[in-house]
Write a protein that binds this ligand. Structure first.
Ligand code: FES
Ligand code: FES
Length: 158
């Protein structure tokens, strides 16, 4: 029996979302072009810059390196899925309060990495924060402020 391939459905931001792109499409392309979730940015396209990082089953993963086929059945969370209504996630708030962005191109990836870090390690050392943010390239050089933002978000657990 033949028939059209089933439309892939991904679990994005805790909702099933239908994907129109064909098999083999990267998760990043599907998020941006099928779902209009443009917070994850296209930088290098090779898993080297961190601009496209989203959470996959709670882990930070470059969305440019994962196909929609491999993303199926897993929980995908993007920067758009962090806030609850008008209330920003503590990490988003901390980045704002520390002014930890300039052009903002790297910001969503860094925030997603920080969210994953604080979920696993609520009180990380500076070394652990540096390690978590290391895969994220920032042309504007806001690293010090990003570290302070993660430290500030960590204090929300007090
Ligand atoms: S665009 Fe995905 S890591 Fe650079
Ligand atoms: S704020 Fe511009 S690339 Fe990081």
């Amino acid at each position: 029996m033949t028939g059209a391939a089933a439309t892939p459905t991904l679990d994005v931001n805790h909702r099933p979302q239908e994907i129109a792109s064909p098999s083999g499409t990267s998760l990043l392309t599907a998020l941006r072009e099928d779902l209009g979730l443009i917070g994850a940015r296209f930088g290098c396209g090779h898993g080297m810059c961190g601009a496209c990082v989203v959470l996959v089953d709670g882990h930070p993963v470059p969305a440019c390196t994962l196909s929609i086929d491999d993303a199926a059945g897993r929980s995908i969370v993007t920067i758009e899925g962090l806030a609850v209504g008008d209330t920003l996630h503590p990490v988003q708030r901390a980045f704002l309060e520390e002014g930890a962005w300039q052009c903002g191109y790297c910001t969503s990836g860094m925030i997603m990495a920080a969210v994953a870090l604080l979920e696993a390690t609520p009180f990380p050392s500076e070394e652990q924060i540096r390690h978590a943010l290391a895969p994220h390239l920032c042309r504007c050089g806001i690293y010090t402020r990003a570290i302070r933002a993660v430290q500030r978000a960590s204090r929300c657990h007090d």
